[in-house]
Design a protein around this ligand. Structure first.
Ligand SMILES: [Zn+2]
Length: 371
C-alpha cells in the first residue's frame, strides 16, 4: 500500500505522477482489499460481475461498482473491524438521514498528509497566527457532522488566536450568532494579525451584506483569507451572483478575489476540489471524475451533463472507491485559461432528490428565519 503514499503525498497536486499506472494499480489493489474484507461490498461486486482484473486501463474505472452517496446513509459498510476506526464523521443533513463515514489510522494519516500538501500548494498552510471567523457550526458533543469537523480542521492550518462561530452551540442545539461574529470581526480588524473566514458561502454573503448595510468598510491584514465550502446552487431562492459576491467582500473587508478559495467536497469522498478563477473545479491527480448518465450510470462524453462521480484509492476502511453524488456536473479536459493543465468539472446543480437536507441548505433555512 506504500504506493498510495507516492500518489497522495505528491508536491504538486495537479501534475500527473511520472508513473502513469500508479493510480490504476492503487485502485486495483484497493478494490481487491474491499472485496476481500467487506462481505457486503463483495456481494455488490459479484452482482455487478466485477473483479479487479476488469481494470485494464483507466478507461475501465467506470466498471468499479459505483455506490451512491445516498447508499451510505442507509448502509454501513466497513472493510476493517469497527474498533479500528479512529475517526468517524457524518454527512450533512441536520435532520434527515446521514452517512456514517469512518477512517482507520492509515487512511486518516494518508488523508491528513494529502490535505497538508494540498493546502500548502494554495498557501493555506501558514505559521502566522490568525483570528478565525467560522461561518458554520461550533463543534459540539451532540453532533458528528463532517462539515463541522472539516471547518474546524481548516482552522488548524494556521495557528488560531481566537475562533468565533456563526452558529454557537447551546448545549442541545445551535443559535445564530451574527452579532457576536460582527463584534469579533471589529476586534480582529484592530489586531495586526490576518483574519480567516471558514465555512458556508451564504453566511459569508450575509455577513458582508450586514457590514455594507451598516456602512462598515474594513481593511483587514493583506494575508487574510476566505475559505468557503458548499455549493451555490443548492440554496433555495436565487443564486447569488459570484462576481457581485466577491466585489462585496472586497468592498467590505478589503480581501481581494484571489484570497477567496471555494472548495467542493463530500463526506463520502473526503477530498478537496478548489474552484479556479475561471470557475472550474480542477481535478488533482489523487482522483478521477466520471460524469454519468443518471439512468444507466454509464459515463457520458466530456462536455455532457450528468451525475458527478469520483474514483479515488484513498480510504482503506470503507469501500468509498467509486461513489456517485447527486450533483449534476460537466467534465472537461484541460488546459484552462487559469494556467492549470489538469481536467476539471463544472457544477451545474443538484439532482432533484427530495428529503435531502444539506448543511448549506440547513444554514440557508436558519438565515431565512432571521428578520
Ligand atoms: Zn482553471
Amino acid at each position: 500500500m506504500d504506493e498510495r503514499k507516492r500518489l497522495f503525498l505528491k508536491r504538486d497536486p495537479y501534475s500527473p505522477p511520472k508513473d502513469e499506472t500508479l493510480f490504476l494499480r492503487s485502485v486495483k489493489a484497493l478494490a481487491a482489499h474491499h472485496i476481500a474484507s467487506c462481505p457486503d461490498y463483495a456481494r455488490i461486486a459479484e452482482a455487478a460481475g466485477f473483479t479487479p482484473d476488469a481494470l485494464r486501463s483507466e478507461a475501465d474505472l467506470f466498471r468499479i461498482p459505483v455506490l451512491p452517496t445516498l447508499y451510505f446513509k442507509r448502509n454501513r459498510l466497513f472493510s476493517v473491524p469497527e474498533r479500528k476506526l479512529c475517526v468517524t464523521a457524518t454527512s450533512s443533513g441536520t435532520k434527515g438521514a446521514q452517512s456514517l463515514v469512518g477512517f482507520d489510522r492509515k487512511s486518516l494519516l494518508l488523508g491528513i498528509g494529502m490535505m497538508f500538501r494540498f493546502f500548502r500548494y494554495y498557501g493555506v498552510l501558514s505559521p502566522v497566527p490568525v483570528n478565525y471567523i467560522v461561518l458554520g457550526y461550533e463543534p459540539s458533543r451532540h453532533t458528528q457532522m463532517g462539515a463541522i469537523k472539516t471547518a474546524y480542521g481548516t482552522t488548524k492550518f494556521a495557528p488560531a488566536l481566537h475562533r468565533e462561530y456563526a452558529l454557537k452551540d447551546t448545549g442541545t442545539d445551535y443559535a445564530l450568532n451574527l452579532d457576536g461574529v460582527k463584534r469579533a470581526l471589529l476586534r480582529y480588524a484592530k489586531s495586526p494579525f490576518p483574519v480567516r473566514f471558514v465555512g458556508f458561502p451564504p453566511y459569508m454573503f450575509f455577513l458582508a451584506k450586514l457590514l455594507q448595510n451598516e456602512g462598515i468598510r474594513l481593511k483587514l491584514n493583506r494575508r487574510s483569507m476566505i475559505l468557503l465550502g458548499g455549493g451555490w446552487k443548492q440554496f433555495s431562492g436565487e443564486e447569488i451572483d459570484r462576481n457581485a459576491f466577491f466585489r462585496l467582500i472586497e468592498d467590505t473587508l478589503g480581501i481581494p478575489r484571489e484570497r477567496c478559495l471555494e472548495f467542493y467536497s463530500a463526506v463520502e469522498h473526503p477530498m478537496a476540489y478548489v474552484r479556479c478563477r475561471e470557475g472550474h473545479f480542477h481535478i488533482p491527480s489523487y482522483s478521477r471524475v466520471i460524469v454519468r448518465d443518471p439512468a444507466t450510470l454509464l459515463p457520458v462524453p466530456d462536455g455532457t451533463e450528468g451525475l458527478l462521480s469520483f474514483v479515488t484509492p484513498l480510504v482503506t476502511s470503507m469501500p468509498l472507491l467509486s461513489v456517485v453524488t447527486d450533483d449534476i456536473a460537466v467534465r472537461r479536459e484541460g488546459p484552462c485559461p487559469c494556467g492549470c493543465g489538469a481536467p476539471y468539472f463544472d457544477l451545474i446543480g443538484r439532482a432533484g432528490v427530495s428529503g435531502i437536507k444539506t448543511c448549506a441548505a440547513g444554514a440557508n433555512e436558519l438565515l431565512g428565519r432571521q428578520p
